[in-house]
Design a protein around this ligand. Structure first.
Ligand code: G3P
Ligand code: CA
Length: 289
């Protein structure tokens, strides 16, 4: 059975996170919402196209091959998943372990970078490729200077949220990303930590599909965590929500959308970004309309 996302809440997690949140709140920088009106993160004529894990339908996800292709396909931005490897570097990888990506039962958090660099990612699904897990720095470098970045802070365990968020917030100013990076997470403490330690970095709250309770829960955390944008699972977006979120000064970037009809519908509802595995196809839909 798939393990629950780190953003899935149990009572102890809720108590612990809420206490921390209240303690942090007074000190956190707050108002980034002017971002909605004038920034690299929106345009007037169509939603931005974020390549999800790079151009991941065509190249191994979250690798330089996928990021370079996204740039060549003229994606506006890249979504990627950031975590720490065993030797302490920030690396780009969605999964906690390498089973799905490389057929190996290793935890990324336990592998030093030197070993990670020897493991090809999804080379069976993409014959002829030998891409490996990049560091965050390498990922940014290989995509070139033009794109915006949506760095998802990938928290596996609640206890890791703060440390990982601090590492990401500390790395961003050392990267050539000024004005073109936001951080997102399913984990509220990760985003609250970024708000506290680096209030100038825009934050986006991520949530996935669910019933009314999930919707209410997401709304609660979204109000506390997001300075810049909301990143709902596309199944959770309704036209009236987009209007309401915009009235609060937040951008809306929906994920993960590959179906042309769904992309066109989201555009009609006014979303600001679509996060897709197929950026070239998404751009075709959006530039045609
Ligand atoms: O950022 C949106 C999306 O990437 C969240 O889900 O599992 O693909 O990281 P996941
Ligand atoms: Ca992600």
């Amino acid at each position: 059975m798939a393990s629950p996302r780190a953003g899935t809440f149990t009572a102890p997690k809720i108590r612990k996170t809420t206490k921390r949140m209240i303690a942090d709140w007074a000190g956190s920088g707050n108002d980034m919402k002017a971002a909605y009106h004038d920034s690299r993160f929106r345009r007037d004529d169509r939603p931005l196209v974020y390549a999800h894990r790079g151009s991941s339908a065509a190249m191994p996800e979250n690798t330089c091959a996928a990021f370079e292709l996204a740039a060549r396909q003229r994606a506006d931005g890249i979504e990627c998943d950031v975590r720490l490897c065993g030797s302490g570097e920030l690396v780009v990888c969605h999964d906690e372990r390498l089973d799905r990506l490389a057929g190996l039962p290793f935890h990324v958090a336990e592998l030093p970078l030197g070993e990670l660099r020897t493991i090809p990612i999804l080379s069976q699904r993409f014959p002829g490729t030998s891409a490996t897990v990049p560091t965050l720095e390498e990922a940014v470098e290989c995509a070139g200077p033009g794109l915006v970045w949506n760095l998802e802070i990938k928290v596996d365990r609640h206890e890791d949220a703060e440390g990982l968020a601090r590492a990401v917030a500390g790395a961003i100013p050392r990267l050539p990303l000024a004005g073109r990076v936001l951080v997102s997470s399913f984990h509220p403490l990760a985003l609250l930590t970024v708000r506290k330690v680096a209030p100038g970095i825009p934050t986006a709250w991520l949530w996935e599909r669910g019933g009314p309770a999930q919707r209410a829960w997401a709304a609660f955390w979204g109000r506390l965590c997001a300075t810049h944008a909301l990143h709902p699972d596309a199944a959770m977006v309704r036209a009236r929500d987009v209007e309401a979120w915009h009235r609060r000064g937040l951008l809306v970037n929906a994920w993960t959308v590959d179906d042309p009809a769904e992309i066109a519908r989201l555009r009609g509802w006014g979303v600001d970004g679509v996060i897709t595995n197929r950026p070239a196809e998404a751009l075709q839909v959006l530039e045609r309309a």
